[in-house]
Design a binder for this molecule. Structure first.
Ligand code: ZN
Length: 272
């Protein structure tokens, strides 16, 4: 499943390729699952609009659309990639892959296609400014807002980090890596963590996400066109997926526990 850094990289790649292009027409497949708005609404909203910007909100990709006619209102096309969703910018003669659910014909002559074998991805539309991805953006959070999120919460800090109503888009891998860098055990109750430790955690969350975005950024062009899932440059994990392997700091074997159904990895010596 693409995490925040991958979605950011994909959104940047799309922004480079399709900003300013005009959507002439759209074809939608018959599978109902990918459509969170109706096919009619999506077609009416997207057709004959100019793509003003493409950006990430949480794990969503948001296309800000302008109607050609000056008087018309602006709108947004929102794409969630789910587990296996991909957005492909290609020439019209490119083979249409199985599991293609939407094809946008662009005025530049290219096509923007949405392909999703497992159909957990979602397409929807909203009036400009109406889309709310929930939670606060981790890369934009300041310490005061971050502290408020965890005040009085008795849940493990790991669960709180994954709660999309609090923070937008932090997934399992990046939560484990951030907690390791901040030296906090994933099972610690959020309310017992000091202000100084939370400040360290916020800095770690931002650091981990920025590093992953920087790594992904070097392969932007591969993402959008790629047929497979290759192309995601993985952050060098310090704890995630390293159960039983020595901690890179103190050589203690990394532990794996399950919190709220998700694997959590930590160093029992470095993290308190
Ligand atoms: Zn350690």
């Amino acid at each position: 499943m693409p995490e925040l850094p991958e979605v950011e990289t994909i959104a940047r790649g799309l922004a480079q390729r399709v900003t300013g292009d005009v959507i002439d027409s759209i074809w939608l497949g018959r599978k109902p699952e990918p459509l969170k708005s109706t096919a009619r609404e999506i077609a009416a909203t997207l057709e004959h609009t100019r793509i003003a910007t493409v950006r990430r909100m949480g794990k969503h990709i948001v296309f800000d659309l302008e109607k050609n006619r000056v008087s018309s209102t602006q709108a947004q096309w929102i794409v969630h990639l789910g587990m296996t969703g991909r957005l492909q910018v290609c020439e019209p003669q490119a083979e249409i892959l199985k599991h293609t659910h939407a094809i946008l014909k662009l005025a530049s002559g290219r096509e923007l296609r949405f392909v999703d074998p497992r159909r957990f991805g979602r397409l929807s539309v909203a009036r400009a400014g109406n889309f709310d991805a929930g939670g606060i953006e981790p890369l934009e959070a300041d310490l005061d807002r971050f502290l408020i999120l965890f005040r009085g919460r008795k849940t493990p800090i790991k669960s709180a980090l994954l709660n999309q109503k609090l923070l937008r888009g932090v997934g399992n891998i990046y939560a484990d890596e951030s907690l390791f860098r901040a030296r906090i055990r994933p099972r610690r109750r959020a309310s017992t963590i000091t202000r100084d430790q939370l400040a360290k955690l916020l800095a770690s969350v931002k650091e981990v996400l920025r590093e992953a975005i920087a790594l992904g950024g070097s392969s932007i062009s591969d993402y959008v066109d790629a047929d497979g899932e290759e192309g995601f440059f993985q952050l060098q994990h310090r704890v995630y997926g390293r159960e039983g392997e020595p901690c890179l700091v103190c050589k203690t074997p990394i532990k794996r526990i399950v919190i709220a159904g998700r694997s959590s990895h930590y160093c029992p010596n470095c993290q308190k």
